[in-house]
Design a protein around this ligand. Structure first.
Ligand code: NAD
Length: 247
Protein backbone atom coordinates (compact mmCIF):
# COMPACT_ATOMS: atom_id res chain seq x y z
CA UNK A 1 0.00 0.00 0.00
CA UNK A 2 1.42 3.40 -0.93
CA UNK A 3 0.28 6.98 -1.51
CA UNK A 4 3.24 8.20 -3.52
CA UNK A 5 2.34 11.27 -5.59
CA UNK A 6 -0.85 11.96 -3.65
CA UNK A 7 -1.73 15.15 -1.77
CA UNK A 8 -3.91 15.03 1.35
CA UNK A 9 -5.63 17.85 3.20
CA UNK A 10 -6.50 16.98 6.80
CA UNK A 11 -8.57 19.29 8.97
CA UNK A 12 -7.75 19.74 12.65
CA UNK A 13 -4.47 17.93 12.14
CA UNK A 14 -2.21 19.60 14.70
CA UNK A 15 -2.94 16.91 17.31
CA UNK A 16 -4.89 13.73 18.09
CA UNK A 17 -6.48 11.66 15.35
CA UNK A 18 -5.84 14.26 12.64
CA UNK A 19 -2.14 14.39 13.39
CA UNK A 20 -1.87 10.58 13.41
CA UNK A 21 -3.60 10.49 10.00
CA UNK A 22 -1.20 13.13 8.66
CA UNK A 23 1.85 11.16 9.78
CA UNK A 24 0.54 7.81 8.55
CA UNK A 25 -0.33 9.14 5.09
CA UNK A 26 3.04 10.90 4.87
CA UNK A 27 4.85 7.67 5.79
CA UNK A 28 3.05 6.05 2.85
CA UNK A 29 4.33 8.78 0.53
CA UNK A 30 1.69 11.53 0.48
CA UNK A 31 2.36 15.25 0.79
CA UNK A 32 0.21 16.83 3.45
CA UNK A 33 -1.67 20.07 4.08
CA UNK A 34 -2.21 20.35 7.82
CA UNK A 35 -5.15 22.52 8.79
CA UNK A 36 -5.29 24.00 12.25
CA UNK A 37 -7.54 26.57 13.88
CA UNK A 38 -5.58 28.13 16.75
CA UNK A 39 -2.46 26.22 17.67
CA UNK A 40 -0.16 27.01 14.76
CA UNK A 41 3.01 26.08 16.67
CA UNK A 42 1.73 22.54 17.24
CA UNK A 43 0.76 22.26 13.58
CA UNK A 44 4.25 23.44 12.54
CA UNK A 45 5.70 20.70 14.75
CA UNK A 46 3.61 18.09 12.92
CA UNK A 47 4.69 19.59 9.58
CA UNK A 48 8.36 19.34 10.58
CA UNK A 49 7.90 15.71 11.54
CA UNK A 50 6.52 15.07 8.05
CA UNK A 51 9.34 17.00 6.36
CA UNK A 52 11.83 14.90 8.36
CA UNK A 53 10.48 11.77 6.69
CA UNK A 54 11.01 13.35 3.29
CA UNK A 55 7.53 14.53 2.36
CA UNK A 56 6.21 18.04 1.72
CA UNK A 57 4.02 19.57 4.40
CA UNK A 58 2.29 22.94 4.71
CA UNK A 59 0.28 24.42 7.55
CA UNK A 60 -2.96 26.24 6.75
CA UNK A 61 -4.64 28.11 9.55
CA UNK A 62 -8.38 28.25 8.91
CA UNK A 63 -11.61 27.98 10.85
CA UNK A 64 -13.40 25.17 9.03
CA UNK A 65 -16.80 26.46 10.10
CA UNK A 66 -16.28 29.51 7.84
CA UNK A 67 -16.94 28.87 4.16
CA UNK A 68 -14.63 31.59 2.81
CA UNK A 69 -11.71 30.32 4.93
CA UNK A 70 -12.35 26.77 3.74
CA UNK A 71 -12.40 27.80 0.08
CA UNK A 72 -9.08 29.59 0.52
CA UNK A 73 -7.64 26.56 2.35
CA UNK A 74 -8.54 24.23 -0.53
CA UNK A 75 -7.16 26.69 -3.11
CA UNK A 76 -3.92 27.07 -1.13
CA UNK A 77 -3.45 23.30 -0.92
CA UNK A 78 -3.83 22.87 -4.67
CA UNK A 79 -1.62 25.88 -5.43
CA UNK A 80 1.20 24.98 -3.02
CA UNK A 81 1.19 21.17 -3.22
CA UNK A 82 0.00 20.84 -6.81
CA UNK A 83 -3.08 18.67 -6.27
CA UNK A 84 -5.74 17.51 -3.85
CA UNK A 85 -6.39 13.78 -3.89
CA UNK A 86 -7.44 12.99 -0.33
CA UNK A 87 -9.57 15.06 2.04
CA UNK A 88 -9.94 13.97 5.65
CA UNK A 89 -12.61 15.88 7.54
CA UNK A 90 -11.39 15.40 11.08
CA UNK A 91 -11.84 18.73 12.90
CA UNK A 92 -14.43 18.50 15.63
CA UNK A 93 -15.49 19.79 19.03
CA UNK A 94 -17.77 18.80 21.89
CA UNK A 95 -19.86 21.09 24.06
CA UNK A 96 -21.58 18.57 26.30
CA UNK A 97 -24.63 19.33 28.37
CA UNK A 98 -27.98 17.73 29.14
CA UNK A 99 -30.69 18.79 26.71
CA UNK A 100 -32.61 21.02 29.10
CA UNK A 101 -29.43 22.89 30.00
CA UNK A 102 -28.04 23.05 26.49
CA UNK A 103 -27.68 26.59 25.24
CA UNK A 104 -28.48 27.52 21.66
CA UNK A 105 -24.85 28.52 21.23
CA UNK A 106 -23.67 25.01 22.31
CA UNK A 107 -25.92 23.55 19.64
CA UNK A 108 -24.91 26.00 16.90
CA UNK A 109 -21.14 25.90 17.57
CA UNK A 110 -21.02 22.10 17.47
CA UNK A 111 -23.16 21.85 14.33
CA UNK A 112 -21.15 24.60 12.61
CA UNK A 113 -17.77 23.09 13.46
CA UNK A 114 -18.58 19.41 13.01
CA UNK A 115 -21.13 19.40 10.20
CA UNK A 116 -21.23 22.70 8.28
CA UNK A 117 -17.46 22.34 7.91
CA UNK A 118 -17.84 18.98 6.17
CA UNK A 119 -20.27 20.53 3.68
CA UNK A 120 -17.90 23.44 2.98
CA UNK A 121 -14.73 21.35 2.57
CA UNK A 122 -16.40 18.57 0.57
CA UNK A 123 -18.02 21.08 -1.79
CA UNK A 124 -14.78 22.96 -2.39
CA UNK A 125 -12.59 19.86 -2.74
CA UNK A 126 -14.98 17.81 -4.85
CA UNK A 127 -15.16 20.57 -7.48
CA UNK A 128 -11.47 19.88 -8.14
CA UNK A 129 -11.67 16.08 -7.66
CA UNK A 130 -14.56 15.76 -10.16
CA UNK A 131 -12.44 17.47 -12.82
CA UNK A 132 -9.53 15.14 -11.99
CA UNK A 133 -11.90 12.15 -12.04
CA UNK A 134 -10.43 10.82 -8.84
CA UNK A 135 -10.55 11.58 -5.17
CA UNK A 136 -11.03 10.23 -1.70
CA UNK A 137 -13.07 11.94 0.98
CA UNK A 138 -12.95 10.48 4.48
CA UNK A 139 -15.25 11.93 7.09
CA UNK A 140 -14.67 11.31 10.77
CA UNK A 141 -18.00 10.70 12.48
CA UNK A 142 -18.39 8.84 15.78
CA UNK A 143 -20.07 5.86 17.34
CA UNK A 144 -22.14 8.53 19.15
CA UNK A 145 -23.71 9.49 15.79
CA UNK A 146 -25.23 5.99 15.67
CA UNK A 147 -25.88 5.18 19.32
CA UNK A 148 -26.44 8.65 20.83
CA UNK A 149 -25.16 9.57 24.28
CA UNK A 150 -26.46 11.36 27.36
CA UNK A 151 -25.29 14.96 27.33
CA UNK A 152 -24.25 14.89 23.67
CA UNK A 153 -27.42 15.62 21.67
CA UNK A 154 -25.61 18.34 19.72
CA UNK A 155 -22.52 16.20 19.05
CA UNK A 156 -24.62 13.12 18.15
CA UNK A 157 -26.73 15.17 15.72
CA UNK A 158 -23.61 16.55 14.04
CA UNK A 159 -22.00 13.11 13.73
CA UNK A 160 -25.23 11.47 12.49
CA UNK A 161 -25.52 14.32 9.98
CA UNK A 162 -22.07 13.50 8.64
CA UNK A 163 -23.24 9.95 7.87
CA UNK A 164 -26.34 10.98 5.89
CA UNK A 165 -24.36 13.69 4.12
CA UNK A 166 -21.55 11.29 3.18
CA UNK A 167 -23.88 8.62 1.78
CA UNK A 168 -25.67 11.20 -0.39
CA UNK A 169 -22.44 12.66 -1.69
CA UNK A 170 -20.98 9.16 -2.24
CA UNK A 171 -23.93 8.46 -4.57
CA UNK A 172 -23.53 11.81 -6.35
CA UNK A 173 -19.80 11.50 -6.92
CA UNK A 174 -19.37 7.76 -7.59
CA UNK A 175 -19.60 8.16 -11.36
CA UNK A 176 -16.66 10.60 -11.18
CA UNK A 177 -14.52 8.14 -9.22
CA UNK A 178 -14.64 10.28 -6.08
CA UNK A 179 -15.12 7.90 -3.15
CA UNK A 180 -16.65 9.06 0.11
CA UNK A 181 -16.48 7.00 3.28
CA UNK A 182 -17.01 7.53 6.99
CA UNK A 183 -14.93 6.39 9.92
CA UNK A 184 -16.84 6.10 13.18
CA UNK A 185 -14.36 5.84 16.05
CA UNK A 186 -15.33 4.58 19.48
CA UNK A 187 -13.23 5.80 22.42
CA UNK A 188 -9.83 7.02 21.24
CA UNK A 189 -7.25 8.40 23.69
CA UNK A 190 -6.82 12.08 22.73
CA UNK A 191 -7.22 15.52 24.31
CA UNK A 192 -10.94 15.28 23.53
CA UNK A 193 -11.51 12.18 25.67
CA UNK A 194 -8.98 13.29 28.29
CA UNK A 195 -11.69 15.63 29.56
CA UNK A 196 -13.67 12.64 30.91
CA UNK A 197 -13.20 11.67 34.55
CA UNK A 198 -11.77 8.35 35.80
CA UNK A 199 -15.17 6.87 36.56
CA UNK A 200 -16.55 7.75 33.11
CA UNK A 201 -13.47 6.21 31.49
CA UNK A 202 -13.84 2.99 33.50
CA UNK A 203 -17.50 2.63 32.48
CA UNK A 204 -16.52 3.06 28.84
CA UNK A 205 -13.67 0.56 29.14
CA UNK A 206 -16.03 -2.07 30.52
CA UNK A 207 -18.15 -1.71 27.36
CA UNK A 208 -15.26 -2.32 24.94
CA UNK A 209 -15.01 -6.02 23.94
CA UNK A 210 -11.31 -5.64 23.06
CA UNK A 211 -10.71 -4.28 26.58
CA UNK A 212 -8.55 -1.32 25.62
CA UNK A 213 -9.07 2.26 24.50
CA UNK A 214 -8.28 3.05 20.88
CA UNK A 215 -5.20 4.97 19.83
CA UNK A 216 -5.17 7.71 17.18
CA UNK A 217 -3.05 5.33 15.06
CA UNK A 218 -5.92 2.78 15.02
CA UNK A 219 -8.01 5.38 13.18
CA UNK A 220 -5.10 6.50 11.01
CA UNK A 221 -4.51 2.94 9.77
CA UNK A 222 -8.05 2.80 8.41
CA UNK A 223 -7.79 6.31 6.96
CA UNK A 224 -4.66 5.17 5.10
CA UNK A 225 -6.47 2.16 3.67
CA UNK A 226 -9.44 4.31 2.60
CA UNK A 227 -6.98 6.69 0.89
CA UNK A 228 -5.26 3.92 -1.04
CA UNK A 229 -5.84 2.04 -4.31
CA UNK A 230 -6.57 -1.05 -2.23
CA UNK A 231 -9.96 0.41 -1.19
CA UNK A 232 -11.06 1.42 -4.70
CA UNK A 233 -14.29 -0.63 -4.53
CA UNK A 234 -15.55 0.99 -1.31
CA UNK A 235 -17.80 4.01 -1.17
CA UNK A 236 -20.64 5.24 1.04
CA UNK A 237 -19.52 3.02 3.91
CA UNK A 238 -19.46 3.68 7.65
CA UNK A 239 -16.65 1.75 9.29
CA UNK A 240 -16.32 1.50 13.05
CA UNK A 241 -12.94 1.64 14.77
CA UNK A 242 -14.20 0.96 18.25
CA UNK A 243 -12.76 -2.26 19.68
CA UNK A 244 -16.11 -3.91 19.03
CA UNK A 245 -18.32 -1.46 20.98
CA UNK A 246 -20.84 -1.29 18.16
CA UNK A 247 -21.85 -4.79 17.10
P1 NAD B 1 -8.84 16.73 19.36
O1 NAD B 1 -9.61 17.70 20.17
O2 NAD B 1 -7.45 16.40 19.74
O3 NAD B 1 -8.82 17.16 17.82
C1 NAD B 1 -9.77 17.98 17.22
C2 NAD B 1 -9.05 18.93 16.31
O4 NAD B 1 -10.01 19.76 15.62
C3 NAD B 1 -8.13 19.89 17.09
O5 NAD B 1 -6.87 19.94 16.47
C4 NAD B 1 -8.84 21.23 16.98
O6 NAD B 1 -7.97 22.34 17.00
C5 NAD B 1 -9.51 21.09 15.62
N1 NAD B 1 -10.61 22.05 15.44
C6 NAD B 1 -11.63 22.32 16.29
N2 NAD B 1 -12.39 23.31 15.79
C7 NAD B 1 -11.84 23.67 14.60
C8 NAD B 1 -12.17 24.64 13.63
N3 NAD B 1 -13.24 25.46 13.76
N4 NAD B 1 -11.38 24.76 12.53
C9 NAD B 1 -10.30 23.96 12.38
N5 NAD B 1 -9.94 23.01 13.28
C10 NAD B 1 -10.70 22.88 14.37
O7 NAD B 1 -9.73 15.41 19.35
P2 NAD B 1 -9.66 14.06 18.50
O8 NAD B 1 -10.12 13.01 19.41
O9 NAD B 1 -8.36 13.90 17.79
O10 NAD B 1 -10.83 14.31 17.45
C11 NAD B 1 -10.69 14.25 16.06
C12 NAD B 1 -12.04 13.88 15.44
O11 NAD B 1 -12.39 12.57 15.84
C13 NAD B 1 -13.18 14.79 15.89
O12 NAD B 1 -14.04 15.03 14.78
C14 NAD B 1 -13.90 13.94 16.92
O13 NAD B 1 -15.26 14.29 17.03
C15 NAD B 1 -13.71 12.56 16.33
N6 NAD B 1 -13.88 11.48 17.28
C16 NAD B 1 -13.05 11.35 18.36
C17 NAD B 1 -13.23 10.30 19.24
C18 NAD B 1 -12.36 10.07 20.43
O14 NAD B 1 -12.66 9.18 21.22
N7 NAD B 1 -11.29 10.83 20.62
C19 NAD B 1 -14.28 9.38 19.02
C20 NAD B 1 -15.11 9.56 17.94
C21 NAD B 1 -14.89 10.60 17.06
Amino acid sequence: MNLIGKVALITGASRGIGRACALKLAKLGADIAINCSKNKALAEEAANEIKNIGRKAIVIQADVSKQKEVELMVETTIKQLGSLDILINNAGITRDSLLLRMKEDDWIKVLETNLNSVFFTTKAASKYMIRKRQGRIINISSIIGIAGNIGQANYAASKAGIIGFSKSVAKELASRNVLVNVIAPGFIETDMTDALNKQQKEIILSSIPLKRYGKPEDVANLAAFLSSEESSYLTGQVIFVDGGMNM
